[in-house]
Design a binder for this molecule. Sequence first.
Ligand SMILES: [Zn+2]
Length: 287
Amino acid sequence: MIQGEQVWDAHIHLFPERLFAAIWGWFDRFGWDIPFAGWDLDSYLSFLQDMGVDRGFLLPYCHKPGMAMDLNRWVRSVALANPWLIPFASVHPEDEEIADTLALCLDSWGFAGLKLQLAVIKYPADHPALVPACREVYQRDKILILHAGTAPYAPGQEEYKALGLRRVLPVLEAFPGLKLIIPHFGLDELGLMQEILEAYPKVCVDTSWALANPKLEVPESELAGFMLAHRDRILFGTDFPILEHSPRDMLSALNRLVPDAETRRLILHANAQRLVAGSDAVGSQPG
Ligand SMILES: [Zn+2]
């Protein structure tokens, strides 16, 4: 980090211990070599703070129906104990009480929005079962984070079938002005992602997983060009701790690829702050 710069990590995954153990097992079988697997909660939080992160979006996700409220309650308790974390809600499309769950999380508990991990639930963005959840977020002008890009999956993998940015277009048509964040720069569809950013002014992307990723085949110069061209719409995010490379390398990559301090300030902090301002989210005050 460059001394004095504030870092807002717009993509942090933390889970209760037992669920995290299951997630690490899954990634292990998937062949990921994750150096951060198996740490305790406090170690994750101090790692981020030590690298200069002073705000962050805490993103849970459900992989099956019926687990959302336990997870949301846990997320709330972590955010209450660590006010620099801004909580997001999770639901599964097969849950029975999506509207009640989201009313509680978004209204009573002040969560900033909802994260849907489409690769995990294996529903495409425009699936009718996701409409009720999207509508609850939209009506409150909260933020929807939709893991809809195809990366890091390959055609032929089961997850891939539910992914792809084309499936996001009907959602944007149905909910004009929806505050939407697409993780991982929208990879592997950078061209279509740029078209979406140009057509829909409330859509943003985050940099998670992609920056400094040795497995990424996209040249860094292309990511640098993307960030400069859309500097008001990019949020720095890590995906920590579900990462094979270090979030510190991601910050160094950002500093290298974005030499302009004002552009860095937008990507590292101001864009995320602008997005939560006015959404009545916990922690949306400047800070
Ligand atoms: Zn993620």
